[in-house]
Write a protein that binds this ligand. Structure first.
Ligand code: IPE
Ligand code: IPE
Ligand code: MG
Length: 245
């Protein structure tokens, strides 16, 4: 087993937009707008570095608890952001995908999501996974529901349920799990992001607020990742031996 120096999949909790705005005596929405710009930059910089998959947590299952006005501003930002960015993403051969519970999103946003997913599906470059109304618990629950249905119809026995079977029903089962998890803004928690898929991700936390997360900050995270030894339960000595074979 070799230690990869570059992650295949980077998953980011883009946190701190509100605090960024507050520091500047600006409304929270201004922070979210600046956050969209930082997201544009990180996409560009990950493409430049040949990252295979980039996941961005844009709105969690729990973010519906925010004030109505903030939620509708965020939804509007997603829609306008998509409308504005889709052609550049497409030109860059990026495949855009959304994960999360779409039933609660407004119809205009749902329609746009389907449109951009269809348009960019043939693209062979970086996969950009946007998590909207996503929660790790929701993801595991929807996977379990699919398996339970198969048990109900007799296609599957409960004893056939294995971690691999569960993993195969999760939101992006065809893609590698995140290698590097980044959370900005100094919070040291996962906030119901990809609970299952982060099992062996290397975790990186920074105090930088999301709108300030630039190319230099990405490189810092990548440098930390390159210095980690991923052991997956093996001992360090075993890994050294297998690298020498
Ligand atoms: C992250 O920034 C964006 C979303 C959750 C949509 P926050 O809005 O959580 O910013 P803080 O945590 O209040 O600073
Ligand atoms: C997590 O950030 C969700 C997103 C970045 C979209 P939050 O700001 O909602 O997380 P908590 O509430 O501080 O845990
Ligand atoms: Mg936050």
């Amino acid at each position: 087993m070799t230690t990869l120096t570059l992650p295949q999949h980077i998953a980011i909790i883009m946190d701190g937009n509100g605090r960024w705005a507050k520091k500047r005596f600006m409304p929270r929405l201004a922070g979210h707008r600046a956050g969209v710009e930082a997201a544009r930059q990180v996409v560009k910089n990950c493409v430049k570095r040949n990252i295979k998959v980039l996941s961005l947590f844009a709105f969690s299952s729990e973010n519906w608890r925010r004030p109505k006005q903030e939620v509708s501003h965020l939804m509007e930002l997603f829609l306008t952001g998509l409308e504005r960015e889709v052609s550049v993403l497409h030109e860059n051969n990026i495949q855009l995908r959304f994960i999360g519970d779409r039933t609660r999103l407004n119809p205009a946003l749902c329609k746009k999501i389907l449109e951009v997913e269809m348009l960019t599906r043939p693209n062979t470059g970086m996969v950009l996974l946007i998590a909207v109304d996503y929660g790790g618990q929701w993801d595991i629950c929807q996977a379990m529901r699919q398996l339970a249905q198969a048990v109900e119809t007799g296609e599957l026995k409960s004893s056939d349920i294995t971690p691999e079977k569960i993993a195969s029903k999760l939101s992006f089962a065809d893609l590698p799990d995140p290698d590097l998890f980044i959370r900005t803004s100094g919070e040291l928690r996962i906030s119901n992001f990809m609970l299952w898929q982060l099992a062996y991700a290397e975790l990186y936390f920074t105090d930088i607020l999301w709108p300030d997360f630039n190319e230099k900050e990405l490189d810092k995270a990548l440098a930390h990742y390159a210095n980690r030894e991923r052991r997956y339960g093996y001992s360090s000595e075993q890994l050294i031996c297998s690298n020498n074979v």
